[in-house]
Write a protein that binds this ligand. Structure first.
Ligand SMILES: [Zn+2]
Ligand SMILES: [Zn+2]
Length: 378
């Protein structure tokens, strides 16, 4: 398939797509407001301020309209602006008929549509400008041949947040609940914020490192992790491409020390924000290399080398927060100022699409197709 060209500023296409994207987001928020007990996450619901939510939806709508207007002016084709105007009108029409909600029933299983909308909106606001103005691979289009697949991963993992959250916590809760860790938690929580946060990131990264290492080294586990490595187009959405089994196991293992240590809620919340942000940043298509900080924190350059299709960089740079962990265990790739030429699984013909990739991991060993003498080389 021929690769699409990178979108150029001034053609009216970027503003058109942004306009449609924002219009869909606001329509999604209105759907959340109609069916809050189905489409909103209880943990989030507790912190919503209805007035702020209302103004936020209006703000997104205004922005969407502004982009639609820009696209109308810049683009010869008027369909982008037209599509978003229709969605905006539908959102206003449905939103204006919104009934007053009285008491929300707590359902045991909810769909995290609110989490999906908030996270994709915030990620888009932060990462689209970064990739647009400071890209690493200039010729890579946002709408490359794999972006649909990555978007499906992003959507499914967010909608299932409540279910996966429960499964991820299970091993830690099962093994360590009720064994009298309260005084240990008190000691941990008495540590000042910054060092406590450092401990949280360090212990979870050590556990993540171990699980990640085994997903590379054990051939059967590699089948599942290969899904994450299959993309040839790294960008902010590509990090979402993770097989369900890989996602659950690695997150459950990383959660064990977090549960055992019982960090304060402010540290835990900050930890969640950093984990989510750094995971997206590490995959994004940006040349920002953060100066000397790249030796302290995992950066895009660092993690792009982890995805390199060059055998000399296989099984390197496993850490997700601190490069010194790889340095200590001898898995640091001495990247200097270089970037990998390409990413992915070399000559493996990996299937495209969420469900095909889900099944492929159970049926096929990608290392057999790869240009390797034996699977243990990975
Ligand atoms: Zn990996
Ligand atoms: Zn990755």
């Amino acid at each position: 398939m021929e690769e699409r060209k990178r979108l150029l500023i001034g053609e009216g296409k970027i503003s058109g797509y942004l306009s449609i994207f924002l219009a869909i987001i606001s329509l999604g928020f209105v759907i959340c407001a109609y069916f809050p007990d189905v489409f909103t996450t209880k943990n989030f619901r507790d912190i919503y301020d209805p007035q702020i939510v209302k103004w936020a939806i209006l703000g997104v709508l205004v922005l969407s309209f502004a982009f639609a207007f820009t696209s109308f002016i810049l683009s010869k084709r008027k369909r982008y602006g037209f599509i978003s105007t229709v969605i905006i009108a539908a959102t206003i029409f449905i939103g204006s008929a919104l009934p007053e909600t009285s008491g929300i029933q707590d359902k045991s299983v909810t769909i995290g549509l609110d989490w999906l909308l908030i996270d994709i909106l915030v990620s888009a606001i932060v990462f689209i400008p970064i990739e647009l103005f400071l890209p690493k691979r200039l010729n890579q289009s946002k709408f490359h041949s794999e972006w649909h697949t990555d978007l499906v991963y992003f959507i499914i993992s967010h909608l299932l947040i409540q279910v996966t959250g429960v499964i991820i916590q299970m091993p830690a809760v099962f093994a360590f609940k009720g064994i009298g860790l309260e005084s240990f938690h008190d000691n941990i929580q008495s540590i000042p914020f910054i060092p406590q946060l450092f401990v949280a990131l360090l212990v979870s990264d050590l556990f993540q490192y171990t699980a990640h290492y085994f997903f590379h080294k054990v051939p059967y586990l590699w089948r599942f992790h290969a899904v994450h490595h299959s993309t040839k187009h790294l960008d902010w959405l590509a990090g979402s491409r993770t097989h369900f089994l890989d996602l659950i196991v690695v997150r459950a293992v990383s959660f064990i020390p977090i549960y055992v240590c019982g960090f304060s809620s402010s540290v835990f919340l900050t930890y969640i924000v950093i984990v989510s942000f750094q995971a997206v940043l590490a995959h994004s298509n940006t040349r920002i290399n953060f100066g000397f900080l790249k030796y302290v924190f995992v950066t895009p350059q660092y993690h792009h080398w982890h995805h390199s299709d060059d055998p000399k960089a296989y099984d390197k740079n496993f850490a997700i927060h601190f490069p010194f962990i790889d340095m200590i265990f001898g898995t640091y790739y001495p990247m200097g100022n270089t970037w990998p030429e390409g990413t992915g699984l070399g000559n493996v013909k990996f299937p495209k699409g969420f469900s095909r990739q889900f099944i492929y991991s159970f049926t096929t060993d990608p290392s057999k197709e790869q240009n390797l003498k034996n699977p243990s080389e990975r």
